[in-house]
Design a protein around this ligand. Structure first.
Ligand SMILES: [Zn+2]
Length: 305
């Protein structure tokens, strides 16, 4: 039987030191902490950490019987090991950039990695592109990144509607992410004044039927938008709880026939890469709302992307 872990960042295993305990931590301080530690870890030593993390993660995925996964890679460290692993799925090259001045550099790097590794696709493992989140990608980079994905017919992945802070920035231009962008980052772009999902729809991103990660901060209209577009969603309940993001309304996605998968996310926000532990957490989280059978069915299917 297939067993799918639909969202990982294998290269981040060494950042398990920032994984919050069960009391949780607010999303934005966690993201800033993770980013600062990552930026400090430059050079050869970082490459060793990435490769060790990927190697040990692939072993634990094999041990757990996982057959399908999607992974996000900013460094390309997981490309070769995953292409040779026998696992099936997609590795998405990560693209982000807050400022208009860095768009060409960021896009050229992503284009280079996609072209380099796409030529080596094999065994049911493909290369795709991820535009990180609504609040970490400049609108002009959204436009050019989506053009690139469309022109090359690349599988696309996006983190969206994860935290209340993201929702508050996107719809109301208030809250911690609004303060972060407006005060600390010099307001690189304005709040779209729309829900995060509406923003993706207006950017044209949903037309490419992306794999949407999290989708916690949504209302039923957002879920209908996702359903109408033919996009899929990945639910990562343990990460959502530890980053105080709330309960994803899984029942709404199932009601509107959106394809939903489960994913562990990275070891920087989840205590393990064991998708069966994710199932148990989801069963407890949605107790009385979504049945165990419906939740188990989310992992016992191959990726339809
Ligand atoms: Zn993620």
């Amino acid at each position: 039987m297939p067993l799918t872990n639909a969202h990982t960042h294998l290269e981040l295993g060494w950042l398990n030191e920032v994984c919050p305990d069960e009391n949780g931590r607010d999303f934005l301080p966690w993201l800033i902490d993770l980013t600062e530690r990552w930026n400090k870890m430059a050079g050869c030593y970082a490459q060793v950490l990435y490769h060790k993390a990927v190697e040990s993660a692939i072993q634990s995925l094999h041990d757990a019987g996982v057959t399908h996964l999607t992974d996000i890679s900013a460094t390309a460290a997981s490309m070769k090991p995953l292409l040779e692993s026998g696992l099936q799925g997609v590795i998405y090259v990560e693209l982000l950039g807050y400022h208009s001045t860095e768009i060409d550099r960021r896009l050229n790097m992503a284009r280079y990695l996609v072209n380099e590794w796409r030529a080596q696709e094999r065994g049911g493992m493909r290369i795709g592109l991820t535009l990180h989140t609504p609040f970490t990608v400049h609108p002009a980079l959204w436009k050019r990144g989506l053009e690139f994905a469309r022109a090359e017919a690349l599988p696309l992945c996006i983190h969206v509607a994860e935290s209340p802070a993201e929702y508050d920035w996107a719809l109301h231009n208030r809250g911690p992410i609004a303060d972060y962008l407006n005060d600390l980052m010099g307001m690189p772009f304005a709040s779209p004044r729309k829900t995060p999902v509406q923003y993706l729809e207006d950017l044209g991103a949903l037309e490419l039927k992306p794999l949407l990660i999290h989708g916690v901060q949504v209302d039923e209209e957002d879920v209908k938008r996702i359903a109408a577009s033919g996009s899929s969603v990945v639910h990562c309940p343990r990460s959502n709880q530890r980053l105080r993001c709330g309960r994803m309304p899984l029942e709404l996605y199932l009601k509107h026939d959106v394809p939903v998968y489960l994913g562990t996310d990275s070891l920087a926000s989840a205590p393990s890469l064991d998708i069966r532990e994710e199932v148990e957490d989801a069963v407890a989280l949605h107790d009385g709302i979504v049945s165990r059978e419906s939740i188990e069915a989310l992992v016992n299917k191959p990726l339809g992307i």
